[in-house]
Design a protein around this ligand. Structure first.
Ligand code: G3I
Length: 399
């Protein structure tokens, strides 16, 4: 059998014809920014398994999934798993037999096969944790609730600090250990900061049962399981100076204790009205004082009228932020905001090492009514795609 598939032979012919005619192919995102940072994308189960997967929160035909897969391979050199490595999906049941590895394995294999930089998302989060994790041993049967607990917090009898630490340890050791050497970066702790008042930490069950050192413990366990992995703290809303101050206080305190936090993930779920370039610049300038690489982990720009305030990332409030139809001139405003953001990322390229879009196109986005990405639901580039490419091209021209 020939080493080349029909599609690689076709691609080769196109490249040769293009070269002969002097026509250069349009640059891709990963090529345009190859000297600056990785450009990645969160992929869903459909894409990782190249199938129409009922567990995914979107409805795509096989034809569309095939196009999504092709676009991911063409444009991006880094992937993040949108859902399949979250606790409730990878370990829905207790114990060593409680894991469902198939979708996560498919995700990692996709990255390995396509020579991509692979992120693990996430190990410890207040959301998408099954109830059994927080449940005390031998609770009265009537109080056992079977739900997976996506949006509601477990309220039955609680595990002790020691039990919960043991479960956290076993989960991290198993999942990080399984993908050791393949997953290069882990979101170890996700969204632990409080949005309210002066409290530093969110009042999660992790905090209530273990205490504030649940964060340090999670990093220690992850480091133990894969000493070569880059361990990230990831949060949203860091465009807001108040939340950012909390982040800086938290990371400095972890650093002072010798906790192996190695990169800052700033999710960057923003909108077309804010942040301004000055605000984004200030955010990155402040984060750089921590001396760690910065990863833009979940970039999208909400174009819906309802989403022009705040930088929330809670899926439960997403309905409200995608209400009201699109802002006027949505395509142009999206393009302008993306251009502004990428100019700031480039300015900070000494620290910004990864920029990940949260979804490949508007059709699979968690904010699909806000049309927040560079490609439409048919994988066609929007004006924002050209705007992002132009920022890189202008930078190269001015060198
Ligand atoms: O697994 C069930 C499936 O069994 C069921 O058939 C289906 C029906 O809707 O739902 C499936 O679960 C959904 C899950 O995604 C997997 O597809 C949940 O309902 C849905 O709420 C969940 O949404 C995800 C959300 O995180 C959960 O909090 C979004 O796709 C995902 O984009 C979003 O990503 C988060 C980051 O992880 C952290 N930062 C904020 C970001 C946006 O909220």
């Amino acid at each position: 059998m020939s080493r080349f598939s029909t599609s690689s032979a076709t691609a080769l012919t196109i490249v040769l014809l293009a070269a002969q005619s002097g026509y250069s192919l349009p640059p891709t995102l990963k090529d345009a920014y190859k000297d600056d940072f990785l450009v990645g994308v969160a992929i869903n189960r459909d894409i990782a398994m190249d199938t129409v997967a009922p567990a995914d929160n979107v409805s795509r035909t096989q034809g569309r999934v095939d196009k999504d897969v092709a676009l991911v391979k063409e444009q991006f050199n880094q992937i993040s798993p949108e859902n399949d490595l979250k606790w409730s999906l990878i370990q829905p049941r207790p114990g060593p037999d409680g894991y469902d590895f198939a979708p996560a394995d498919a995700y990692v294999n996709f990255g390995v096969a396509n020579h991509m930089y692979i992120v693990g998302h996430n190990l410890v989060w207040h959301s998408q944790v099954p109830d059994w994790v927080f449940r005390g041993t031998n609770p009265p049967p009537a109080q056992i609730t079977p739900s997976m607990g996506f949006r509601r917090e477990y309220s039955g009898p609680r595990a002790s600090r020691e039990e919960l630490l043991q479960r956290m340890h076993d989960h991290i050791a198993t999942v990080v250990g399984r993908y050791k050497g393949k997953i290069q970066v882990w979101d170890v702790v996700n969204e632990a900061l409080s949005d309210n008042g002066t409290n530093l930490l969110r009042n999660s069950l992790w905090l209530q049962i273990i205490g504030p050192d649940f964060i340090a413990k999670a990093f220690e366990y992850a480091h133990e399981a894969d000493p070569d992995a880059i361990l990230r703290y990831n949060d949203y809303g860091l465009e807001n100076p108040v939340k950012r101050r909390k982040l800086i206080a938290l990371i400095k305190s972890l650093q002072a204790q010798g906790v192996p936090v190695m990169a800052i993930g700033t999710q960057t779920h923003v909108n077309v009205s804010s942040p301004t370039p000055e605000q984004e610049d200030q955010e990155l300038t402040d984060l750089e004082t921590l001396g760690l690489p910065i990863h833009v982990t979940e970039l999208d720009v909400n174009g819906a009228q309802g989403g022009q305030r705040g930088f929330g990332a809670d899926v439960a409030s997403n309905g409200a932020t995608t209400q009201g139809g699109l802002v006027s001139d949505a395509d142009q405003r999206l393009a302008a905001q993306y251009a502004n953001l990428f100019k700031v990322f480039l300015k900070h390229h000494n620290y910004v090492k990864v920029v990940t879009f949260w979804g490949v196109n508007d059709g699979v986005s968690w904010r699909q009514r806000g049309h927040p990405l560079l490609f439409d639901g048919n994988d066609q580039p929007k004006p924002a795609f050209a705007a992002v490419i132009n920022v890189a091209t202008e930078k190269s021209d001015s060198k």
